[in-house]
Design a binder for this molecule. Structure first.
Ligand SMILES: *Cc1c(COP(=O)(O)O)cnc(C)c1O
Length: 496
């Protein structure tokens, strides 16, 4: 080795500039023409493997210019594009372009946001982001919190804090097998699957989850919640927490948060809100009533990579008394020369959650919040809701569609051929086949929901690129494909 080292992984600034400019040009063109591409190329795993090439680990290095150019081609032409104006599947948003720039910047400086000393400005930016998210959803900015990878992690982070706060103090040291009473948690039937993973992960087991039935409006039935808690208390269980959902993943319903909060106060339980999808809608003044009670939550999970349009990944846990996070996650090994959390000197995020070394996720959220501002987000979110309502109305008026539900920015509906009765058992397989056809077709991407045992098409609009024209197009596409699928199914039935 010579005195000055040449590293094959280094790029001098001239090389970086050249490759980087080209990449930025390519990404700009990609964003500028995303609406002209199919939502998905619908290639099979084996087709993709052929395109990718079944190569073994390269022995020698390759020129970076060539690598980046080949890789942009692979990803631009063989990906499902959730940034497409007609992507409405699951709850995945179009990614804000400023988030892409933020990720590049974050990776370039590469702060380790586990400890203040390793990420001085990044830590302060994350703290400010957390504070702004509190203001955004209308809770006290005394809540503390942390950015995590997504909704699941945000809920897990809160779940363990709840267990630490409400289970017997010995549980942290001795584990739950020594708790005298079975620890239980409560949530509605429509809660997302994270709760099962959390019950397994944190040792309670899935039988500790009490899935409370929902009422006619699809909200957690408060009377059943209370009677279940009472019954558990009589049967040597130890209720820990109730999870309210603010925007359920199937149909977007928000539980009655203030009633849940009252129950939690009566029985001294932790009140957690899973607002992964819906919490940002609390910014809309007209929806104030729907989110009443949000201020009472002990913890809230939200997901900037959903309705704040951050690129994946960005979730956030907010906790009313952030000391609960420190009680749960802090430790002070001898190999860390980091200041303790005693005064205002330094907040070390490794003490607030499960991760140790941490990337700078907050940057993309922080930048978008400033690019758009509070009023800008209020406008974007209300427009998404208005488009969803428009879709519902158009489906309602169409003779071959049935509008089924509409909450926040989620609409569900079904295709019903003219001559088929609404109660026909045929409609479930028909709509399932239609969804598969639509997902493969590349014109529009919807997902599904089962509502009152009916298989429905579901559109969740967290997409700042969608316009009224796209919504009208969807109706035409669904009906056009619906006719085809119906014809195909009735032909095969006739042959049988
Ligand atoms: C999306 C979602 C989750 C899971 O979030 P991820 O970011 O996918 O981990 C949990 N709960 C609700 C209500 C959601 O909408």
């Amino acid at each position: 080795m010579s005195k000055t080292r040449t590293s094959s992984i280094e790029m001098d600034s001239e090389e970086f500039r050249k490759i980087g400019y080209q990449l930025i040009d390519d990404i700009s063109n990609f964003i500028g023409s995303i609406d002209k591409k199919p939502v998905t190329p619908n290639e099979s795993p084996s087709q993709l493997q052929t395109i990718l090439g079944n190569l073994s680990l390269p022995e020698k290095g390759t020129d970076a210019t060539e690598l980046i150019s080949k890789t942009t081609d692979l990803l631009f032409n063989h990906s499902l594009l959730n940034g497409h104006p007609k992507f409405f599947g699951y709850i995945t948003s179009s990614a804000a372009p400023i988030g892409a720039l933020a990720d590049l910047l974050a990776a370039s400086v590469n702060p380790n946001v586990g400890a203040h000393i390793l990420s001085p400005m990044a830590t302060e930016i994350e703290k400010q982001t957390v504070k702004w998210l509190c203001e955004f959803i209308g809770v006290s900015s005394n809540y503390g919190g942390i950015l995590v990878s997504g909704g699941n992690m945000a809920n897990f982070t809160a779940f363990l804090a709840a267990r630490t706060a409400k289970a017997p103090k010995s549980v942290k040291e001795d584990g739950i097998q020594n708790a005298q009473n079975k620890l239980t948690v409560y949530c509605s039937k429509s809660t997302h699957t994270w709760i099962e993973k959390a019950a397994i992960l944190f040792g309670l087991g899935t039988n500790a989850v009490r899935w409370i039935q929902t009422d006619a409006s699809n909200k957690m039935d408060i009377n059943v919640l209370e009677s279940t808690i009472k019954k558990d208390l009589e049967n040597n269980c130890m209720p820990l927490m109730v999870v309210g959902t603010a925007g359920d993943v199937s149909t977007g319903v928000v539980d009655n948060l203030s009633n849940i909060s009252t129950i939690c106060k009566t029985y001294d339980l932790w009140f957690h809100i899973d607002g992964a999808y819906g919490a940002p809608a609390a910014i809309i003044p007209e929806l104030k009533n729907m989110f009443e009670g949000i201020k009472e939550a002990d913890s809230i999970a939200l997901d900037p990579h959903k309705w704040l349009y951050s690129p994946l990944e960005a979730g956030c846990t907010l906790v009313k008394n952030p000391q609960h996070l420190i009680d749960t996650y802090s430790s002070h090994p001898e190999y860390y020369n980091f200041s303790k959390n005693e005064d205002d000197v330094a907040q070390n995020f490794y003490e607030y959650g499960l991760q140790n070394s941490r990337g700078f996720r907050a940057l993309k959220v922080w930048l978008a919040l400033q690019q758009v501002g509070r009023s800008g987000y209020e406008k974007l979110i209300s427009e998404d809701i208005a488009l969803s309502e428009m879709l519902f109305d158009l489906a309602d008026k169409h003779p071959e569609l049935e509008a089924v539900s509409q909450n926040l920015s989620i609409a569900t509906f079904r295709y019903i051929p003219m001559e088929i009765n609404k109660d026909s058992g045929y409609l479930n397989p028909l709509n399932e086949a239609l969804l598969n056809e639509l997902q493969a077709g590349g014109d529009v991407f919807l997902s599904n929901a089962i509502v009152n045992k009916h298989y429905c098409l579901r559109a969740c609009i967290v997409n700042f690129r969608t316009s009224e024209k796209d919504i009208k197009d969807i109706i035409d596409i669904v009906v056009r494909e619906g006719k085809k699928v119906h014809l195909k199914l009735s032909e095969t039935k006739m042959k049988v």
